[in-house]
Design a protein around this ligand. Structure first.
Ligand code: UDX
Length: 468
């Protein structure tokens, strides 16, 4: 019934709907978990609206076509040297990939052969990650329009656009003495919240962000994985700045997509859901630092004891590579006994299902944008432990704008972790954050209703795709 109602609303507005698989969209995600997930969710949403989908993907972090039999898959050589893939930062890999793709005809050839495939519906456009300027150039040479999916927040994109100004006005590079100074042009951000990376030179970060800005400015349309209610002002600023036919807030995409899984690079351990079933409502702290963030073995020990000493049940994701200087998992002596029956440590979780579970009452997170959106969507308040990139600004919005969590600042120490957990899970402040998280969840859910802003954004997007 919801589908019929939606179709009527769309018809009233005069948006076109595709005949089944009348047209095709191509999608090319950046091959990192936090970028792959929203791109495949968008692909799923468009497929559900009747469009055919072809996924182009790199050999680095290659996707598994068997998980998406409904899509066609094309593997594209990425040219990332093995040593960069093994030891480079994410920025090194993005730079190497773009350099190699611009130097070789491989992407253009792959796109040309996809376009020439007469067994498939005609391709309308290519969705790319904003980091893939090289792919945009190859598509432009073939006359194929590109649309960008921004997998981060609208605030983050606004910060990229503002980067030259931030340098010009002396906010960047960040000075120790100015970290808490407000950035008046980008409220509520302070200097410490701006996009930075301690593992890369400022110059390298600037160059990569300038290329993202170029990709977005010259695309044929922009979709952002956010929603109007979360980032009204930030979206308006972007619309004012860009001269694009469509700038659409169509998120949180994982809530619009019918598939919550299927794009995970690691196997998700579903046994934790059975374990959560045995726990009391809102009693469990979920702990995960995403797919890229890491810590040293001392910090790891502090987190372990902070969790153990808090007395709360917890579910902790310790993925391979989380601890920089440890080969295998090495828990402190006495830890396993201290957490018996109360703590569950797993390699990788079905995170969206975990956050949606009634037993989960809080999330200790690195504040990646997907994790933030997934937590907000389920009304779960957060302890934020941001590390780099956009994570600091996401944490700032969580604490200051939405009031659904707080940042754990300074060195990671067991005593501080323990009291932060108590504050979130037992304290009055934590209860207030939980109440606000419930209200925010409701507002986001409204955007996803059939006449909500995110559904309307998808209607407009489909209609626009058909017009290309
Ligand atoms: C990276 C950057 O760290 C982040 O700042 C940026 O916003 C996006 O790119 P990542 O570290 O992967 O992201 O974090 P996040 O954006 O939160 O994405 C992680 C994804 O992995 C989420 O969709 C989450 O559901 C999934 N995940 C995480 C799992 O499926 N299982 C887990 O155990 C942990």
């Amino acid at each position: 019934m919801a589908g019929v109602q939606e179709a009527r609303e769309g018809d009233k507005q005069g948006w076109r709907r595709p005949q089944l698989r009348e047209r095709r969209v191509l999608v090319f995600p950046l091959p990192f978990q936090g970028h792959i997930n929203p791109m495949l969710q968008l692909a799923d949403v468009l497929h559900a609206r009747g469009l055919a989908v072809t996924v182009l993907h790199t050999r680095f972090n290659a996707l598994d076509p068997a998980l998406h039999p409904e899509f066609a898959f094309v593997s594209v050589p990425d040219g990332v040297p093995a040593e960069v893939a093994a030891t480079g930062t994410i920025i090194d890999i993005i730079v190497a990939m773009n350099v190699a793709m611009e130097a070789s005809p491989a992407v253009g050839e792959a796109l040309a052969s996809v376009l020439a495939d007469e067994g498939q519906p005609r391709a309308a456009c290519l969705f790319i990650d904003a980091n893939l300027l090289a792919v945009q150039k190859a598509a432009a040479a073939l006359g194929l329009p590109t649309l960008v999916l921004r997998t981060g927040s609208a605030a983050c994109l606004g910060c990229f656009f503002a980067y030259p100004m931030l340098y010009q006005k002396g906010y960047l590079p960040p000075q120790e003495s100015q970290l808490y100074m407000p950035v008046n042009e980008l409220p509520p951000l302070r200097v410490r919240d701006l996009f930075t990376s301690s593992k890369n030179s400022h110059e390298k970060v600037r160059r990569v962000l300038a290329r993202i800005t170029e990709t977005v400015k010259y695309c044929s349309g922009l979709v952002i994985n956010t929603c109007e209610t979360l980032e009204t002002t930030e979206l308006q600023r972007i619309r004012d700045e860009l001269d694009l036919p469509v700038v659409l807030a169509a998120g949180p995409l994982h809530k619009l997509s019918s598939k919550s899984t299927g794009s995970s690079l690691l196997d998700q351990d579903y046994s934790c859901i059975e374990w959560l079933d045995t726990q009391l409502s809102r009693s469990v702290l979920y702990v995960s630092f995403g797919s890229l963030a890491s810590m040293d073995s001392h910090e790891f020990m502090e987190v372990a004891w902070g969790l153990a000493n808090s007395g709360h049940p917890f579910l902790w994701v310790v993925r391979p590579g989380l601890v920089q200087d440890l080969d295998g998992l090495d828990f402190p002596d006495g830890f396993e006994i201290a957490i018996e029956g109360r703590g569950n440590v797993i390699r990788w979780a079905p995170q969206q299902e975990v956050l949606a579970h009634n037993a989960v009452g809080g999330f200790l997170t690195h504040s990646g944008w997907n994790s933030t959106l997934e937590s907000i969507s389920e009304g779960v308040p957060m302890i934020c432990r941001p590390q780099s990139a956009d994570q600091m600004m996401n944490a700032r919005y969580v604490e200051d704008t939405w009031g659904v969590g707080f940042e754990l600042e300074g060195k990671l120490e067991r005593g501080k972790i323990e009291s932060a957990i108590r504050k979130l899970m037992n304290g009055k402040e934590g209860a207030d954050m939980r109440d606000r998280a419930k209200e925010l969840k409701k507002k986001v859910a409204d955007c996803l209703e059939s006449c909500g802003s995110s559904q309307i954004a998808v209607d407009k997007l489909v209609s626009y795709i058909l017009s290309l």
